[in-house]
Design a protein around this ligand. Structure first.
Ligand code: UFG
Length: 323
């Protein structure tokens, strides 16, 4: 039976997609260089340690297994780091994906679902943002993801690559089982930082800017549950023969930094120590999705539309964290 190759399946969104695909009867195989992923997140699935920059490893992977399609998560994703070390991002994200596409071409595999990002849009010209919003990324991370999106379009035209690039807004939460969840080192994302501060593992949470033109002065983001992202990858795999293109994944619901903190305090029953600080550079005031295409093309519907329900899953993971 042909397998679905999950590149970067030991990472946060990759491991949730792996679990979801297995629960829906897919035969899956994970490849990950474990630079930021965790082998525990793969649980009992087949894990091959391989790096996209290693052409021999890719040849071995594609010659050993019969692969039908690739779901590709393997990328670096820290905006700040991409500014200070862009070479790391262009090498791993762009060159790595080029190597993957070339290996796919050598072995006659022509289907890919890719984790792209709303960072390809840059500063919003309007919200909610649809897929036609201009793409002018404001950091190297977003640039690398946009370069990859463009590669797909060109490979589609020239070589018949079937692709869907999913542009995530803010991935959040954890699997209901609490066996897998978000684990970044260092952690930079708001929800885990808030929960760790509530737990007493961090002194406080810094609120980056309270003077934005938003109802409470803090930034609005679109927090989308990781299991809803996972489901969208399965639906995209099932649609690849009929549709090629780019699809936003968000709930379309804006939530402020202060609303996240209040919701977390309610879920955890404890207060979160906060410190109001300066704005973080590059942060737009408002970022949220128009998800009409995901609903119409994929038949996707987010199950988690309540921020407290999302945070509750992240909290259960924080309390049970194994890696
Ligand atoms: N924030 C704080 N304090 C913190 C961390 C974050 O106030 O300690 C605020 C940020 O300013 C922002 C919101 O919380 O307003 C969310 O910040 P995150 O760092 O959790 O997420 P981002 O919106 O910055 O990043 C997400 C993805 C990136 C993607 C980016 C696109 O995680 O991969 O959106 O803008 F590039």
């Amino acid at each position: 039976m042909a397998k679905i190759l999950i590149m970067g399946g030991a990472g946060y969104i990759g491991s949730h997609t792996l679990k979801h695909l297995k629960e829906h009867g897919y035969d899956v195989l994970v490849a990950d260089n474990l630079s930021t992923g965790h082998k525990e997140a793969v649980m009992d699935s087949l894990l091959i340690t391989a790096d996209l920059l290693d052409e021999n490893a890719l040849n071995e992977l594609f010659s050993t297994y019969q692969i039908e399609a690739v779901v590709h998560f393997a990328a670096f994703s820290l905006v700040g780091e991409s500014v200070s070390d862009p070479a790391k991002y262009y090498r791993n994200n762009v060159v790595g994906t080029f190597n993957l596409l070339e290996a796919m071409r050598r072995f006659g595999v022509n289907k890919i679902v890719f984790s792209s990002t709303c960072a390809t849009y840059g500063q919003p010209h309007y919200v909610p943002m649809d897929e036609k919003h201009p793409q002018t990324p404001i950091n190297p991370y977003g640039q690398t993801k946009l370069a990859i999106e463009n590669m797909f379009r060109d490979y589609h035209q020239a070589y018949g690559l079937k692709y869907i690039a999913l542009r995530y807004f803010n991935a959040a939460g954890a699997d209901e089982s609490a066996l897998i969840g978000e684990s970044h080192h260092p952690e930079t994302h708001l929800i885990p930082l808030v929960l760790q501060a509530v737990k007493g593992e961090r002194e406080n949470v810094k609120i980056f800017g309270s003077d934005y033109e938003t109802p409470d002065g803090t930034c609005l983001r679109d927090y989308i549950h990781v299991s809803d992202l996972a489901a969208a990858h399965r639906l995209a795999l099932e649609k690849l023969d009929k549709y090629q293109g780019y699809i936003n994944l968000g709930t379309g619901i804006p939530t402020s930094v202060l609303e996240i903190i209040k919701a977390a305090e309610k879920v955890c029953g404890k207060t979160c120590p906060i410190v109001k600080t300066e704005r973080r550079s590059g942060d737009p005031a408002k970022l949220y999705a128009d998800n009409t295409v995901a609903k119409n093309i994929l038949g996707w519907q987010p199950k988690y539309t309540d921020i407290e329900a999302i945070i509750r899953t992240a909290w259960n993971w924080e309390l049970n964290r194994r890696f």
